[in-house]
Write a protein that binds this ligand. Structure first.
Ligand code: NAD
Length: 495
């Protein structure tokens, strides 16, 4: 059914015929509707995908419900479940090149990132949560003639709704803990990037995942396939990663049946560079902090705050290094920046650059769609640096989700902190300084779920991950995933 890609030639044999996985069955959409997924580099057809209806979404929820209620997944020991999750992780490792190439072709992510960061993280997500659940301790409170302890039974059926910007890495960030804690899952990948979820589901079944425990449906939100994933009474948890606007709709739908939601949403993070920073570290990290992942990363440091005393020097180095970034075919290991995901998104990103001009900004580099050999058929946009704006301008306040950096100045720590926290979002922050006191002080005041100091993108899966304000609701990771994906229960015995 699925055609594999040849990692040597980077060529697919023919478009993948994607199907929904419901209760262990591979199915087309019940009404036969399909949509296409295309390569953002050259527009070539990569796959034909079922456009699931609400009926298909409900069938997947029903299958997950039956698999949960009838067992044995929910009541297996964590060690037994862990064995299966480890087998799936091994299968991911064994198919790393194929999955990485699928990810790169479907979403435009560079092959270096897919192969060396994201697909390895998929396997790590699975192994980490399999082992975490098997090794987690528990609390017990002997109190006179009373003895109390906590149980963590699985919550039940989990809907996992994921975005296109790090497709399989973010999907498994949700389904690995959900499954490890004994839940059954319905995954709905983003319609722009369905291919790795499809291949992953095949590998998971082959590796021993019981029928109905992992279901995957493809298509769109609202009244279509995602409707029952957020609106059915048979769903016990919703874990969502995507835009803040969609998050609000999901929260509203979930509220009707009081289904708890974990929402990881948009960002407008700051990266702050002090005069005492080591610029040999700060310049490349800040470049990766905004232009890595083609600028389509929720955590990106989209507001670059530079202390005014080094502003000129820093900016000169930042722009010089930015202009050296290699842009082009994401399948080429030398490429740093590939295409944006789709035409609409390119238009949105460029619209913000136009808005920056209107708001009085100066485009220091970039700012026009790229064309030329190898670029004309793709959605290529250059790394763009804007100065001359304030933190009150829309470009500095709204999520652009592209390779666009807004540079702001500051004089004092207090000023930097005030600008940083003056945002609707609160996802992440990066700080470059050699003053450790300042680093701890600012980290404690930063309105953000994650703060990185003199580094970027390091993720320890035991730590909480999530955001404040428009960036999210709740945290996942380690014990935070346990608290979300289980229904903690207090048990007290009179001895
Ligand atoms: P999106 O909100 O458009 O879509 C995300 C998912 O939600 C997709 O699967 C989509 O089909 C589905 N969806 C859309 N409407 C729905 C509805 N009414 N009901 C149920 N599901 C619905 O987001 P996107 O464009 O795919 O992703 C980019 C966004 O994701 C950015 O805002 C980015 O910041 C955010 N993001 C956040 C994190 C994080 O960890 N905080 C990580 C990655 C991306």
């Amino acid at each position: 059914m699925t055609q594999t890609l040849n990692p040597q030639t980077h060529a697919s044999t023919e478009p993948v015929q994607v199907q929904n996985l419901i209760g262990g069955q591979w199915l087309d959409a019940s009404d036969g509707e399909t949509f296409e997924t295309r390569d953002p580099h050259d527009g070539s057809l990569l796959g034909v995908v079922p456009r699931g209806s609400a009926q298909d979404g409900q069938a997947a929820v029903d299958a997950a419900r039956a698999a949960f209620d009838d067992g044995p997944w929910a009541w297996m020991s964590p060690k037994e479940r862990g064995k299966i999750l480890h087998a799936v992780a091994d299968a991911v490792d064994d198919h790393r090149e194929e999955l990485a190439m699928l990810e790169t072709r479907d979403g435009g992510k560079t092959i270096t990132q897919s192969l060396h960061a994201e697909i390895p993280r998929v396997a790590h997500n699975l192994r980490f949560f399999a082992d975490y659940v098997a090794m987690a301790g528990n609390e017990a409170y002997p109190d006179g003639d009373l003895f109390s302890y906590t149980l963590y039974p699985p919550a039940g059926v989990v809907s996992a709704i994921s975005p296109w910007n790090a497709p399989l890495m973010l999907a498994t960030w949700k389904i690995a803990p959900a499954l490890a804690f004994g839940n059954t899952v319905v995954l709905k990948p983003a319609p722009q990037t369905p291919l790795t979820a499809h291949r992953f589901a095949q590998l998971a079944l082959e590796a021993g995942m019981p029928e109905g425990v992992l279901n995957v449906v493809h298509g769109f939100g609202g009244d279509e396939v995602a409707g029952p994933l957020t609106g059915s009474r048979k769903v016990d948890r919703i874990t969502f990663t995507g835009s803040s606007a969609t998050g609000v709709k999901i929260l509203q739908a979930a509220a009707v049946n009081h289904i708890p939601v974990s929402a990881e949403m948009g960002g407008k993070s700051a990266q702050i560079v002090f005069a005492d920073a080591d610029l040999d570290i700060a310049v490349p990290k800040a470049i990766r902090g905004i232009f890595g992942g083609n600028g389509q990363v929720c955590l990106s440091g989209t507001r670059l705050l530079v202390q005014n005393s080094i502003r000129e020097e820093f900016l000169a180095r930042f722009v010089e290094e930015t202009q050296k970034l290699t842009i082009g075919d994401p399948k080429d290991p030398a490429t740093f920046l590939g295409p944006l995901i789709e035409q609409d998104h390119l238009d949105k990103v460029h619209g913000y650059v136009e808005l920056a001009r209107e708001e009085g900004g100066e485009i220091v580099t970039g700012g026009q769609r790229l064309s030329g050999e190898g670029l004309d058929d793709g959605f290529y946009y250059p790394p763009t640096v804007i100065t001359g704006l304030t933190n009150q301008d829309r470009v500095a306040r709204e999520e652009i989700f592209g390779p666009v950096e807004t540079v702001l100045g500051f004089d004092t720590e207090e000023e930097a902190m005030a600008i940083t926290n003056d945002s609707d979002y609160g996802l992440a922050g990066m700080l470059f300084t050699s003053n450790l006191d300042r680093a701890h002080r600012m980290a404690s005041r930063w309105k953000a779920g994650t703060v990185w100091i003199n580094t970027f993108f390091e993720r320890d899966l035991r730590l909480p991950f999530g955001g404040e304000g428009s960036s999210g609701l709740g945290r996942e990771g380690g014990q935070y995933s346990r608290d979300f994906f289980t229904e903690p229960r207090a048990v007290t015995i009179r001895l």
